[in-house]
Design a protein around this ligand. Structure first.
Ligand SMILES: [Fe+2]
Length: 195
C-alpha cells in the first residue's frame, strides 16, 4: 500500500495541526484509535495501516477552515507525496453514500473539483479501509466514541434533512452491520461508549 510510515504520518499530522489548530485534531486521533481497534478484530485488515488512514483522513484541514474542500485538499496533499492509498481515504471518508451531493454541509469546491470528486467516487469500489474510516468518522464524537445515532441526529439538526438524509443513514447502519459481522461482535462492545 502507498501510505506513509507511522512516524511520517505523525510528522505530517503535527505540522497540519500547527498550521490550523482545531477540534479536528482530537477527532482525527480518535478516528485513528477506533480504526485500529476495529481492524484488530478483522482478519483482513492491518491495524497500523488503519491507524494511519484514520489519522490522515482530515489532513486537508491543514489548508485552513473549510467545509467540503478539506476532502479535496487532503487528497491533493497526500497524492502530491505519492501516498495514493491515504489520499484516496481523504476523498471517500465522507461518502458512505456514493454521491457528492450527500455531503452534510456547504460545498466550497469549484464545479470542476466537485465533478472530479463525484467521478472518482463513481469509478471505484469501496475497500474495507474506505468503509472502516467512514464508520469511524461517525463513531468519533468530539467527546469520545458514541452511538452512530447520536452523530447522525446531531449533523441533521445542524444541516437539515434532505433527500439524501435517509439513504445516508441507511448506508451508515449498513457499515455498522458489516463490521459487526467482520468482528463477530457488536462493535460498540469494543469501546467505552460516551453517552
Ligand atoms: Fe472529514
Amino acid at each position: 500500500m502507498n501510505i506513509p510510515t507511522i512516524n511520517k504520518a505523525n510528522e505530517m499530522f503535527n505540522d497540519a495541526v500547527r498550521r490550523n489548530p482545531g477540534a479536528w485534531e482530537n477527532h482525527s486521533l480518535l478516528v485513528a484509535d477506533c480504526a485500529s481497534t476495529i481492524s484488530k478484530q478483522c482478519k483482513n485488515l492491518d491495524a497500523d495501516a488503519a491507524y494511519i488512514f484514520g489519522l490522515l483522513h482530515d489532513i486537508g484541514r491543514r489548508e485552513g477552515i473549510t467545509t467540503m474542500r478539506h476532502i479535496y485538499d487532503g487528497y491533493l496533499y497526500l497524492k502530491g507525496q505519492r501516498y495514493d492509498d491515504a489520499a484516496r481515504i481523504c476523498l471517500t471518508h465522507s461518502f458512505p453514500l456514493k454521491s457528492v451531493h450527500a455531503y452534510s454541509g456547504e460545498n466550497d469546491c469549484t464545479k470542476d473539483e466537485t465533478s472530479f470528486i463525484n467521478d472518482y467516487l463513481q469509478n471505484i469500489e469501496y475497500s474495507d479501509y474506505d468503509k472502516l474510516i467512514q464508520l469511524c468518522d461517525a463513531l468519533a464524537y468530539p467527546t469520545g466514541v458514541s452511538l452512530i445515532e447520536k452523530r447522525l441526529i446531531d449533523v441533521t439538526m445542524r444541516h437539515g434533512f434532505n433527500e439524501y438524509t435517509l439513504p445516508k443513514w441507511e448506508a451508515f447502519f449498513n457499515l455498522k452491520n458489516e463490521f459487526d459481522s467482520k468482528c463477530n461482535c457488536n462493535i460498540y462492545r469494543l469501546f467505552d461508549i460516551h453517552f
